[in-house]
Ligand binder design. Structure first.
Ligand SMILES: *Cc1c(COP(=O)(O)O)cnc(C)c1O
Length: 398
């Protein structure tokens, strides 16, 4: 198991002169992914053609790689499968969960949740009918808001803006005590910190692989269903690859065994090949050691920034135990400050209305880089280097 994070940096292809603090949004390229994807393209797709589905094991990849992600999120073997995008998996898991509480009509979430998760819930409720509703409360008020009408509590464990972390075990207990099911979004947890889905007793979970897990832009999402629910859950999106026998081409849907039924359509093999190369690294990562290192890096960054400027206000919880693996600061000109920072080779991102967001990813980020990033950030603020029209020009993706 990897506990020495100085060695893992060489496993990633990072551009010279860049300090990358955005692995929480798009993980960097694992060096081995280049050859792995090239092999899939040239030898498998190119030479095997359609035979690749059997000969190269393409059809098994969503389950096989799901099992490797399972270890990182404390899930039972056979309870995680890959496919589709996270938004789709949120919809699917939520629809499945709602059906398991037919006498209740409310989805409870928090106001800090990622918009796509909330939009998916709104759209699903609209489809199900006027008596279904999404209710959102402040993150700290979720436990108290789980009333007898709540069917599903849908939460993202780590807030995408501030890094604030929910107490998964406590909220799962609270949901169950009130007769509700719980769906956890692990977009900012998988590969960021230890997660204990099975231990917490979670019902459903979803997450993405292109953030901390380095599967590349557009890499597939994953879905978890607790083993106790797997054989009675209806997958809501009942696609042919979730059918018991896809190649029987039966006109009637019959759900596949266990987690297989959560599959929908043809898996993205090139992205799965990239993910496989990344998981070769993740298989050896000790998540407790990763967490300790992530806290060291984040604490070092906050201390260095606060020592160097008084223009930024910490938006993340000060207690590292209450944060994921990212740190955000408020600044009224946050967008321009981030552009100036990127111009100097320090890549983080901006989240409206005023947040500078930085991700800490121990596999490739060093303490020296974190110190240097803080130094450059403080310099930009002191010199007002951000204050130019070019840095205020908003791009499509922030
Ligand atoms: C990144 C993220 C998404 C993105 O969903 P996609 O379908 O992959 O675009 C959704 N939810 C959360 C909480 C996220 O952090």
């Amino acid at each position: 198991m990897t506990t020495d994070f100085t060695a893992t940096r060489a496993l990633f292809d990072l551009p010279e002169g860049v300090i990358y603090l955005d692995g929480n949004s798009l993980g960097p390229l694992p060096v081995a992914a280049k050859a792995r994807v090239a092999r899939t393209v040239e030898q498998e797709w190119g030479q095997m053609l359609i035979r690749g589905w059997n000969a190269a094991g393409w059809m098994e990849m969503p389950r096989a790689l799901g099992d490797r992600i399972a270890r990182l999120i404390g899930a039972e073997p056979g309870s995680v499968v890959l496919g589709d995008t996270l938004s789709i998996k949120v919809y699917q898991a939520l629809a499945s969960a709602l059906e398991m509480r037919p006498d209740r009509r409310v989805v409870l979430s928090d106001t800090g949740n990622f918009p796509s998760d909330l939009y998916m819930a709104q759209g699903l409720c609209a489809t199900l009918g006027a008596d279904y509703a999404l209710r959102t409360v402040a993150p700290e008020e979720v436990a108290a808001a789980i009333g007898p009408d709540v069917a599903v509590v849908m939460l993202t464990e780590v807030d995408y803006r501030t890094g604030r972390k929910h107490d998964m075990a406590a909220l799962t207990r609270a949901a169950h005590a009130a007769g509700a099911l719980i769906l956890w979004d692990l977009a900012h947890s998988a590969g960021a910190l230890p997660v204990e889905l099975a231990k917490a007793g979670a019902d459903f979970a979803v997450g993405c692989t292109y953030k901390y897990l380095n599967s590349g832009p557009g890499g597939p999402a994953f879905v978890y269903v607790a083993p106790r629910h797997q054989d009675r859950v209806r997958p809501a999106l009942s696609g042919w690859l979730g059918h018991e026998a896809p190649f029987a081409f039966d006109p009637d849907y019959r759900p596949g065994a266990g987690i297989e039924r959560m599959r929908v359509g043809t898996p993205p093999i090139l992205q799965l090949a990239a993910l496989e190369a990344s998981l070769d690294i993740w298989d050896r990562v000790d998540m407790a050691a990763l967490r300790a290192r992530s806290i060291d890096l984040s604490e070092c960054f906050i201390a260095a920034v606060e020592a160097g400027t008084d223009e930024l206000r910490l938006a993340s919880p000060r207690d590292p135990a209450a944060r994921g693996s990212q740190v955000s600061f408020h600044h009224p000109e946050g967008y321009a400050v981030m552009q100036a920072l990127i111009h100097r080779g320090v890549i983080g991102d901006f989240r409206a209305p005023d947040l500078l967001r930085f991700g800490f990813t121990p596999l490739f980020t060093t303490v020296e880089e974190v110190r240097r990033a803080a130094e450059i950030l403080c310099e930009i603020l002191t010199t007002e280097a951000w204050n130019t029209p070019a840095f205020k020009q908003r791009a499509k993706v922030t």
